[in-house]
Design a protein around this ligand. Structure first.
Ligand code: NAG
Ligand code: NAG
Ligand code: NAG
Length: 316
């Protein structure tokens, strides 16, 4: 009997460990995101730190879900209460941490010429090269590392968490198709829409890029502050308003030529999000939606823009 009692904890740990098999059928696998040769020594150091911040925040988010479970109020606030939300959210963060990163690249050489656009801190390269993300110079000036979370008056219920490298890169990597097999998309455009989605239509919540970003930021802020130091009233967040966001602006002269235009463009479904971001589902060339040049009020100034696979521009 004594021997059996002693065996129980041993068994538990043994069973949780991997079985020691040689995995002959696994394909080659790359665990790390590559920092492109176009990044100089300073950029490489900063991006290396940003990547490490990203994995830290995602791990904290995943651990929070593991420990607190699907009935947790913060979990339900972002992901709803459908049974599927729990394994899905765990898996979607797992995919970001541990999917094959072969070809997933951060580059610094502005290959598409978009970094000159005001407000451009970086962009996903879309169809041109779906695994690649360009980080523009503005990012190095504007973004904050994890130790600065909750600094400078940041409040999650009113400020964009993409101010932090870690949250920004979560967003950018969820655009890379191979990270989640394209399962993650944009269903909500801001915190208010994230909360609305989880209350009304939560099937999509664990696949919503913003829900995944805001939950990760919320939980990270909780963990560092041991309470609400910079979260605020997220349940009642109001959608940011930007008056007079244009649906389309003329192509600025200094932009590269737009990609070839498919036959129908005029009636495709562009819509303006509550924060003024223009988001198109159709095949309109990217240039038609690029922000206006530097003069006057640029609706996307200070926003983070990225291109979708269809060439549409999305700024948040
Ligand atoms: C890297 O490039 C940035 C400009 O993009 C520049 O400010 C910085 O000095 C460069 N660093 C090195 C080590 O060359
Ligand atoms: C739920 O969200 C999806 C994705 O945004 C949308 O297509 C669908 O119409 C929504 N359903 C309801 C009932 O709002
Ligand atoms: C949920 O959807 C219903 C019907 O479309 C709508 O009246 C209600 O305001 C929505 N609730 C939230 C929190 O968005």
């Amino acid at each position: 009997m004594l021997a059996l009692v002693a065996l129980v904890p041993l068994l538990a740990t043994t069973l949780a460990s991997p079985i020691n098999l040689v995995a002959r059928n696994n394909e080659a696998y790359i665990a790390d995101v590559e920092i492109h040769a176009s990044c100089n020594a300073t950029q490489r150091r900063m991006l290396t730190q940003a990547l490490s911040d990203t994995w830290e925040v995602v791990t904290v988010a995943q651990d929070y879900i593991k420990h607190n479970g699907p009935k947790d109020d913060v979990f339900k606030l972002y992901f709803g209460d459908k049974p599927e939300a729990y394994p899905t959210a765990l898996g979607v963060y797992e995919a970001l941490l541990h999917s094959d990163k072969a070809g997933v690249v951060l580059r610094c050489d502005n290959p598409d010429g978009r970094c000159a656009t005001p407000g451009y801190a970086g962009h996903w390269r879309g169809d041109a090269s779906p695994s690649e993300t360009v980080i523009c110079d503005l990012s190095y000036e504007a973004r904050i590392y994890n130790p600065g979370f909750c600094m400078f008056g940041f409040r999650l219920d009113k400020d964009k968490p993409s101010k932090f490298w870690s949250i920004d890169l979560i967003h950018r990597f969820y655009h890379v198709p191979q990270i989640t097999n394209s399962a993650v998309n944009h269903y909500a455009a801001n915190l208010a829409e994230v909360v609305q989605l989880s209350q009304n239509n939560s099937t999509f919540s664990p696949f919503d890029s913003d829900a995944l970003q805001f939950f990760a930021a919320h939980v990270y802020a909780l963990n560092i502050g041991a309470g609400d130091v910079c979260i605020g009233d997220v349940k009642n967040a109001v959608a940011p308003t930007t008056a007079n966001a244009p649906v389309a602006t003329p192509k600025p002269d200094n932009k590269p030529a737009p990609p070839p235009t498919p036959a129908t463009t005029a009636d495709n479904s562009c819509h303006t999000h509550a924060d003024g971001a223009v988001h198109c589902e159709g095949h309109e060339p990217a240039a038609a939606h690029e922000p206006a040049p530097a003069h006057g009020a640029d609706p996307n100034a200070g926003k983070e823009c990225h291109s979708h696979a269809d060439g549409s521009l999305h700024c948040v």
